[in-house]
Design a protein around this ligand. Structure first.
Ligand code: SDX
Length: 374
């Protein structure tokens, strides 16, 4: 390889493969459907079906799919019991990574990769894992999903123990649709790399969870709330912002590798934030968020990504901050599995080259002659 080949740090702007699952160009679409339309008019179950099957379901197909998800939500008791043995200080994302890995050991055929039913099973099981671990840490009884609740409704019920209002369920449903898929983001690309070696679906999903955890990626939504909670009042917001910028800190929930004029998903979810803030008595936090958004845009040309409103939405829904990135997993597992199945179907080992910047042509010196002072 000639070193003159073009080099793009972080693969910025590089087309690293082909996909029919989603496109960001011209506004985010899943298999050709505008995500704004899906968020407004579809259930997360319809969108999950679309991502896994490539088409929106008929009423009959959706009913069958929902029945599969309810059946699939059975998690082996051994995995639930094992989670309870993990020290309570261990965070939700680390436990979720381990628990999904453990699920493979109770799957009769863990090595099959292009199996949609395995993806559907994970989609049913991950909300159970998230809620069970949370309630184990709180010392609460682990609950069973309610057959008449959606994935969004059951996530809220299984975690809080209370059935959500219609609007709370709608808001969670929209957040799951918006989080579901996003082209070759870092965790999805990780899943494709693992799949390209002909490893298995569980290994690819576990690797994707590990990638998503990072605060530059999915872990940002937890950091958004932790930053907002450092600001005690609207009067303090501007000073807090300038202090963060002065020390070259990252404003979590802002900026994006692809979107440079703002993430359209954040605009959709903001409306739900405003309504939930009013109903949950959190208008002050919304005012602080509005102030930070204006400063980031006007002073630094930075725009919100999806994690900026999603963190506030989950806070207004009464959810513990340690749950925010796991909720991202509960949704993105559909996008990851869609890409895993697509990669396995048209596979070529993913193996880029590196730009060498190290030393060359050194002379080997026998151990006895090496000068330790070097
Ligand atoms: C997700 O890829 C996806 O699709 C991801 C995702 C998905 O759905 O899968 O959309 C989900 O991960 C959203 C991103 C969540 N992460 C954060 O909110 C963390 C904060 N954001 C930054 O870390 C940053 O914006 C990134 C990592 C998201 C993007 O990084 P880039 O592309 O490397 O940023 P850049 O090169 O455009 O930055 C240009 C400049 C840099 O300053 P200089 O080094 O040139 O002086 O802008 C600065 C950056 O430091 N900058 C920020 C900033 N984002 C960029 N400065 C302060 N705060 C920020 N948030």
């Amino acid at each position: 390889m000639s070193q003159a080949q073009p080099y793009f740090p972080g693969l910025d702007g590089v087309l690293a493969g082909e996909t029919a699952i989603s496109t960001i160009e011209g506004g985010l679409q899943y298999f050709g459907y505008a995500v704004r339309d899906l968020a407004e008019d579809a259930s997360f179950e319809e969108v999950a079906y679309l991502l896994l099957h490539g088409n929106l379901p008929t009423e009959e197909q959706l009913a069958d799919f929902e029945a599969v998800l309810i059946e699939a939500s059975h998690v082996p008791a051994e995995v639930i019991d094992f989670m309870a043995t993990i020290p309570l200080h261990v965070g939700e994302m680390d436990v979720l990574r381990t628990a999904v890995s453990a699920l493979a050991h109770w799957d009769e055929d863990p090595t099959e990769t292009s199996d949609i039913t395995k993806a559907e099973r994970l989609l049913g099981q991950i909300p159970i894992l998230i809620a069970a671990r949370y309630r184990q840490r709180q010392g609460f009884r682990v609950l069973r999903p309610q057959q008449d609740l959606s994935i969004a409704g059951n996530l809220l019920y299984l975690i809080t123990g209370e059935e959500p209002s219609e609007f709370q369920e709608k808001a969670m449903n929209v957040s799951l649709i918006l989080y579901a898929e996003h082209e070759f983001n870092a965790s999805t690309f990780t899943a494709r790399v693992v799949t390209s070696t002909k490893s298995d679906l569980y290994s690819a999903v576990v690797a994707a969870i590990a990638a998503l955890k990072g605060p530059l990626h999915g872990g940002a939504n937890e950091q958004v709330l932790r930053q907002l909670q450092q600001i005690d009042s609207l009067d303090e917001a501007e000073n807090w912002f300038h202090q963060l910028m002065a020390k070259k800190g990252l404003l979590m929930g802002f900026g994006h590798r692809v979107y440079k004029e703002g993430d359209p998903r954040a605009v959709v979810l903001k409306d739900y934030c405003v309504r939930l803030a009013e109903s949950s008595g959190n208008t002050r936090l919304e005012e602080i968020a509005e102030c930070i958004e204006r400063l980031a845009r006007d002073k630094r040309g930075l725009y919100p990504n999806l994690d900026w409103p999603s963190a506030r939405l989950y806070y207004y829904l009464g959810l513990d901050v340690d749950l925010y990135t796991p909720l991202f997993v509960a949704s993105r597992v559909t996008g990851w599995c869609a890409h895993i199945i697509e990669q396995a179907a048209h596979n070529r080992l993913i193996r880029p080259r590196a730009k060498y910047i190290g030393k060359s042509d050194l002379t080997f010196e026998p151990l006895s002659e090496r000068d330790q002072s070097e």
